[in-house]
Design a protein around this ligand. Structure first.
Ligand code: PGA
Length: 246
């Protein structure tokens, strides 16, 4: 049985004060949730604040990015040791915004995934096609390239895949539950090619305009094992409803 994992990706939102406010409001709301793995991914600047508040709770902490080198002259970058030191157990790698705005390639992402896992972090690895790629019937090709390119020699036990169609991120347009299932089934098949039978244990999150109103239906699909949530995770009551989708 795959335990659903639902993660909040706060992107470049929330100062430390706002993170503190959210967590103080959110933790009592979800303290009895046991059947869902809950993760928050604040900006680097509030990771240590969040870690102190989340200590001993049922909510995990993730970074949104990292660099693969151990240390060195890489101005503006953050290493795996720094992320661990900040109290994170997870890191998001390959978000479409990183691929698009910061030109992160499959090759770079493969190095990041390897370095993150070697440090003991659980990787939330994001993939997904643009609207042009979907219209050109290239969805499966894109998914395959991103998976095979980014997941070289990696450990399936420390991996979550997030399928996030780029056209559904922050747009209010969600993939239909059927579109999500179709893509997720394909992701699992490709993961099977890479990891064999272990693919059945890897959680595949759906991401892209997940909200309290649509989460239940999406989560009802057999290959959807969680969600990566942006906009609708910024308010405690909204994210609580998503986490309690049942
Ligand atoms: P969204 O973002 O929920 O605001 O569409 C999801 C994501 O980018 O992870």
């Amino acid at each position: 049985m795959r335990r659903p994992c639902i993660a909040a990706n706060w992107k470049m939102y929330k100062t430390s004060g706002e993170v503190t406010q959210f967590i103080n409001d959110f933790l009592p709301r979800v303290k009895d949730v046991k059947d869902v793995e809950i993760v928050l991914a604040p900006a680097f600047t509030s990771l240590t604040t969040a870690a102190a508040l989340l200590k001993g709770s049922n909510v995990g902490l993730s970074a949104q990015n990292m660099y693969f080198e151990k240390e060195g002259a890489f101005t503006g970058e953050i290493s795996t040791a720094m992320i661990l030191d900040s109290g994170c157990a997870y890191v998001i790698i390959g978000h479409s915004e990183r691929r698009l705005y910061f030109k992160e390639t499959d090759e770079l992402l493969a190095r990041k995934v390897k370095a993150a896992q070697a440090a003991g972090l659980i990787v939330i690895f994001c993939i997904g096609e643009t609207i042009d790629e979907r219209k050109a019937d290239k969805t499966f090709d894109v998914i395959k390239t991103q998976l095979t390119g980014g997941l070289k020699d990696v450990n399936p036990d420390k991996l979550i895949v997030a399928y996030e169609p780029v056209w559904a991120i922050g747009t209010g347009v969600t993939a239909s539950p059927e579109q999500a299932q179709e893509a997720h089934a394909y992701v699992r098949k490709e993961l099977g090619g890479i990891f064999g039978g272990k693919a059945d244990e890897i959680r595949i999150q759906y991401g892209g305009s997940v909200k309290p109103e649509n989460v239940k239906e999406i989560m009802s699909k057999p290959d959807v094992d969680g969600a990566l949530v942006g906009g609708a995770s910024l308010k405690a009551d909204s994210f609580e409803k998503i986490v309690k989708f049942k």
